[in-house]
Design a protein around this ligand. Structure first.
Ligand SMILES: C[S@@+](CC[C@H](N)C(=O)[O-])C[C@H]1O[C@@H](n2cnc3c(N)ncnc32)[C@H](O)[C@@H]1O
Length: 476
């Protein structure tokens, strides 16, 4: 909304205005070659997936899941799973941005290509958004992260898919530090997050930014002489004329022309008696609004504090377009509750899943690239590392997915506490078969089992591990 105060009635009779859109369909749609019908998209191929790793399926409870494969057919496959269809409370996606470039990881390995352009890009994303809409719970939300390449086109698509009335925010994020640009234009440090909800009734835990001394002094510049409390001064009148008490005099004074008092004279008297009215030298009243240190400042739609990989001490996975974990935690906390299901269909290094995990939400992540899958497995098994730290034996080391499903996870999976299931879709079957034919090396299996059998206190676990150890040809 513009910063001016809007009104509903146009008063000038000499120069009348007409509302031309009454009753007409005024929606704006984007048309382009190759735009498919909604049915065609929703009824397309559903992925066959097989589980490489993780706890046994539970008919009721949904384990966290990492999928390796193209997200469209995997998402469509979820339409058949009643634990997911209509149950996802929050989706965050950070898809390719149509940058026409390719990205490499910290180990200089190809991570992913971002080469789709124009209508091909728009339709690629629209297809996925349409399926995601079906998966979202009635009180669910979706956040789509983009930059200035395609944000405008995708805003129009989001309006079509989710309804313009469910648009909540166009968030501008400061993505990096100030640049010393040489191009003849302003430096580009912003990217954008489009926030929509499935309906008007949606989960919302309002985030607050903490106050700092500088900001308090700026916004609440006055100190009350009697109480020492900080306050700011705001008008006691508002635009528009009124016929009732708020349009009449208060203490012999009429509201300014074209305005009315914000409170009745009786309430204004009460405020004054409580020391909540400031009188200027000219006798003009203003309301004192006292600083309430409570929760902080409600967060606004410009985010300056979530830059990606800003210093050498920041811990990262090394995936090229890894997002700021605190930003994802902010989104997850605002638009979901503990236990809720969070989905990221372009998960990259798994920042969304880490945020969900940290905040006790369940998660589903999907990515089609091996580097991304490795980054997620590494994040959950080994953890992330300081950005500048290239000297540890872990940093800069390349892994294959099977190397990252290490003994720790293996043990967890034996006893049903694996933090996630790892599923592979058919487009990755061949690659996965080659990678996973060994799964866990027998020697590692034997040593882990023998360790558990030795240390287990629970007799059931001891017996299970001994039985498995015997089957694997080992002894304590
Ligand atoms: C910008 S990155 C996401 C980075 C992520 N937010 C993070 O914090 O690490 C986009 C990801 O989308 C994945 N991707 C692109 N097209 C895909 C598709 N059709 N199916 C699944 N993943 C895809 C890429 O492999 C890449 O990892």
């Amino acid at each position: 909304m513009a910063t001016g105060v809007s009104a509903t009635k146009w008063n000038c009779e000499r120069n009348p205005i007409a509302r031309t859109s009454a009753g007409a369909d005024v929606s704006v749609t984007l048309s382009y070659a190759g735009k498919k019908s909604v049915d065609e998209i929703l009824c397309g191929l559903k992925a066959e997936v097989f589980k490489v790793w993780g706890a046994a399926d539970d008919a009721v409870k949904m384990e966290n899941r990492l999928y390796w494969g193209d997200n469209l057919s995997i998402l469509r496959g979820m339409l058949n799973d009643e634990r997911i269809h209509g149950k996802v409370k929050l989706v965050y996606i950070d898809p390719p941005y149509a940058t026409n470039s390719v990205f490499q990881s910290r180990e200089q390995k190809d991570a992913y290509a971002d080469l789709l352009q124009g209508s091909h890009f728009v339709e690629f994303l629209r297809e996925r958004l349409l399926v995601i809409r079906e998966l979202l719970a009635p009180d669910g939300s979706i956040y789509v992260h983009l930059d200035d390449n395609m944000a405008f086109e995708i805003k129009m698509i989001m309006d079509e898919v989710f309804g313009k009335e469910h648009f909540q925010n166009w968030i501008t994020r400061k993505k990096c530090s100030t640049k010393n640009t040489t191009r003849k234009r302003f430096g580009n440090i912003a990217d954008y997050i489009l926030f929509y909800t499935k309906s008007d009734e949606y989960i919302w835990n309002r985030p607050f930014d903490p106050w700092n001394e500088e900001r308090i002094a700026e916004e609440y510049p006055y100190v009350d002489e009697k109480t020492g409390r900080r306050y700011k001064r705001v008008p006691v009148h508002a635009p528009g004329t009124r016929n009732g008490a708020t349009g009449g005099p208060w203490r012999g004074m009429m509201p300014p022309k074209g305005k009315h008092w914000q409170y009745t004279p009786a309430t204004l008297d009460e405020l004054d008696a409580n020391g909540e009215i400031y009188w200027s030298k000219n006798g003009n009243p203003r309301r004192k609004v006292f600083f309430d240190s409570g929760k902080g400042v409600p967060q606004q739609d410009i985010w300056l504090n979530y830059r990606d990989s800003i210093n050498q001490n920041m811990v990262i996975t090394g995936y090229p377009t890894e997002k700021n974990l605190a930003m994802l935690e902010n989104i997850v906390a605002a638009s979901s509750n503990p236990g809720d299901l969070v989905l990221d269909a372009f998960c990259g290094s798994g920042t969304t899943m880490q945020a969900a995990y940290n905040l006790d939400r369940r998660w589903i992540g999907i990515d089609r690239e091996e580097e991304a899958i490795c980054a997620v497995l590494k994040r959950f098994n080994i953890g992330s590392e300081k950005m500048g730290d290239f000297v540890t034996d872990k940093a800069g080391k390349s892994y294959k997915p099977h190397e990252l499903l290490d003994e720790r996870n293996f043990v967890q999976s034996l006893f049903g506490t694996c933090p996630f299931q790892f599923l592979v879709a058919e487009d990755k079957f061949d690659q996965a078969k080659a990678d996973f034919k060994v799964k866990i090396p027998e020697s590692a299996k034997r040593s882990v089992l023998s360790d558990i059998a030795k240390k287990a206190v629970d007799p059931a676990i001891k017996a299970a591990s001994l039985a498995m150890l015997a089957k694997a040809g080992g002894v304590i």
